[in-house]
Design a protein around this ligand. Sequence first.
Ligand SMILES: Nc1ncnc2c1ncn2[C@@H]1O[C@H](COP(=O)(O)OP(=O)(O)O)[C@@H](O)[C@H]1O
Ligand SMILES: [Mg+2]
Length: 268
Amino acid sequence: MSKYKELQQIFIDRVEVKHYIGLDSSILFYNQLQESIKKPLKMILLYGKPGTGKSVLIHKLHHDTKSEHNVYLIATPIQSEKEFIQRLYEFLFPDHIIPDDLTFNRFIDLCHQTREKRHIIVLLDEAQLYPPEMLEKIRLISDTRTIKFVVSLHKTEQEDLIAKEHFQSRIWETIELKNGSLHDTSMYIQKKLVQQNFFEIAHMFQKKHFKLIHQFTQGNYREINKLMYTLFEIYDYYENHQPSKISGKTIKTKYIEMSALKLGYIHA
Ligand SMILES: Nc1ncnc2c1ncn2[C@@H]1O[C@H](COP(=O)(O)OP(=O)(O)O)[C@@H](O)[C@H]1O
Ligand SMILES: [Mg+2]
């Protein structure tokens, strides 16, 4: 694979723990989350715009704590109530066989009965995809205090409403993830490149480049990924067609602007 194609791959969205980068902001949110799960809360809401790193954070938390045998992750929402309850049952009673007649009410009873013996933490990613009735049931389960939920939710206006209606009164603790600062943006890009041994490329980015990238993406990690992917797509094109256009020791600002144009951040 050509160099610039490889560089494009680095900036594809992925939530693998081995690619986690400890940025100032993500470390802060991570520590906050770790503190929160120790507290006697029923639920913790992890909140933030798409691309602020919620999934990455929740996967990292799962990875770091799963050896404790009481932290479980549901990465993709389970749409059927029956399957959802079955999954929780498996988490709560790993040595049991799921009863055929497991209903929601039966499960609530079991939660009450087991409360003194076992507590678990369940991480729910992409929780905006659960229908409101399910969120209501999740809330009722959390009321038993046998299962504590960490609910990760996109922040959009509509979901703001869902969050308010369903959770506001009950919980808890809210951790709101924000876009990265200029510093986070440059650290993110540099660390990603260095992680994959692209030292010379990392050196080609200067403060003015990071400023421009931050300006276009607002420090949103998903948008930074898209911009970097597009930038290396342009470099790949010129390498194959007009290599002289990408000679030089630094990244050309022009190509960052071209990427922004292509992605619709700016208009010609
Ligand atoms: N701390 C981090 N370390 C490494 N990559 C990150 C980090 N935070 C965000 N990213 C990148 O940004 C992308 C978007 O983050 P994600 O967790 O999917 O956002 P959200 O779940 O809030 O929409 C991820 O696919 C990943 O590539
Ligand atoms: Mg996500």
